[in-house]
Design a binder for this molecule. Structure first.
Ligand SMILES: Cc1ncc(COP(=O)(O)O)c(C=O)c1O
Length: 279
């Protein structure tokens, strides 16, 4: 089945889409992206994703050739034209073709495209049984920017598979940060705790923090890796993972190795809140 994307002002069959071979995004890794999904065929947190994309662009001095309203319109068109049951969208922006000394680009000539794909849900059993993480000492470069640089994440997939882990949890100087593609939370004495520095501010993280605050209280702060040893529950959040329970980190079994009651409640609340926020 053909899939349609947006590139260079047009919606086209993805097979016919391409970028310049001297794009600074490819040659120097100078690019950003954002990733969102639909529920009930409606793009979820579209505003938040576009705003984060705009912020990443600003921090790297990249120019998005379209306004927020124009991007939203294209996402809508791609959604209708592709006809996926549920869809994901990846907005991608680079500096465009390399110029000058090979480390420069022309701000007015960016590469911008939007890929639409069928959205694949994670297996239900992951939410019922929880997943395993393994830790790695690492911090993403410019962590608050959703850059296209996932070199460490890609390179460590072999280790992740060998260890039968779902994702890798990054730690740095004794602090827990985030996983390869998700934000990290602990639960201790019914309080929900999550890092707030040197991470990507996840749209799902922020959404979860908002509705969790009233019911359980949330501490957004530096989280020590040692706190894993004494926590009651853990979970991760991301656009394509919702609220996903974690029951093991390296050799440490979290709680009693089963999905904890706060996490269960948050999964339920998440599904309800998503429904309320679909427009
Ligand atoms: C490094 C990193 N942190 C956190 C997240 C979670 O962000 P979001 O909830 O906006 O998907 C992602 C998502 O891909 C990510 O790549």
């Amino acid at each position: 089945m053909a899939s349609y994307c947006y590139i260079n002002g047009k919606i086209t069959d993805s097979k016919n889409a391409g970028i310049a071979i001297n794009d600074i995004g490819v040659l120097r890794g100078y690019g950003i992206f954002d990733y969102l999904r639909t529920y009930d065929k409606k793009p979820f947190l579209l505003n938040e994703h576009v705003e984060r994309f705009q912020n990443s662009a600003k921090l790297l001095k990249l120019r998005i050739p379209l306004s927020k309203a124009e991007i939203k319109k294209i996402v809508d068109k791609l959604l209708k034209k592709n006809g996926f049951k549920e869809a994901s969208f990846r907005l991608v922006l680079t500096g465009g073709p390399i110029v000058g000394n090979g480390l420069e680009y022309v701000e007015s000539n960016p590469t911008f495209y939007i890929i639409a794909d069928k959205f694949e849900e994670l297996p239900k059993s992951y939410f019922e049984k929880g997943v395993k993480l393994i830790t790695l000492e690492h911090q993403r470069i410019f962590p608050e920017i959703k850059s296209t640089n996932y070199i460490t994440a890609v390179k460590t997939q072999e280790i992740r598979k060998k260890e039968k882990a779902f994702e890798i949890l990054y730690t740095k100087n004794g602090n827990v940060l985030e996983t390869t593609t998700a934000n990290f939370f602990l639960v201790k004495n019914n309080k929900v705790i999550t890092p707030k520095k040197n991470i990507l501010m996840g749209t799902t993280r922020n959404f979860v923090v908002k509705f969790t605050k009233e019911k359980f209280g949330v501490e957004e702060r530096e989280v020590k890796a040692k706190e894993i040893d004494t926590c009651d529950e853990a979970f991760i959040t991301a656009t394509n993972k919702d609220v996903l329970p974690v029951i093991r980190i390296d050799e440490k079994i979290i709680g009693n190795g089963k999905v904890g009651k706060v996490t269960k409640e948050l999964i339920k609340m998440y599904n309800q809140e998503v429904k309320k926020n679909l427009i």
